[in-house]
Design a protein around this ligand. Structure first.
Ligand SMILES: [Zn+2]
Length: 81
């Protein structure tokens, strides 16, 4: 059971990695240069919540509940990913 869960998680991580690389965000994240667009926290694999566009730039959002709340509000009114 837990083994299977682990496999799914690994596949998701690979997809996420490819997705971030396609956006040019993988390298900055590995260098810990990627920061949450709302709170400025360094965003790593373990606290990356979502990616959203702002002023033609791709920004990331961390897993903090406050940032999540802000992102949800933006999604309602905008065209975020
Ligand atoms: Zn944040």
């Amino acid at each position: 059971m837990s083994e299977r869960k682990h496999t799914i998680r690994a596949v998701m991580d690979e997809d996420l990695e490819a997705f971030l690389e396609s956006l040019g965000l993988l390298y900055p994240m590995e260098q810990e240069m990627l920061r949450c667009g709302f709170c400025g926290e360094v965003v790593r694999r373990d606290n990356l919540l979502s990616v959203y566009p702002e002023n033609d730039e791709i920004r990331v959002c961390c897993t903090s509940p406050q940032c999540y709340g802000t992102l949800v509000k933006r999604r309602r009114g905008g065209n975020a990913v």
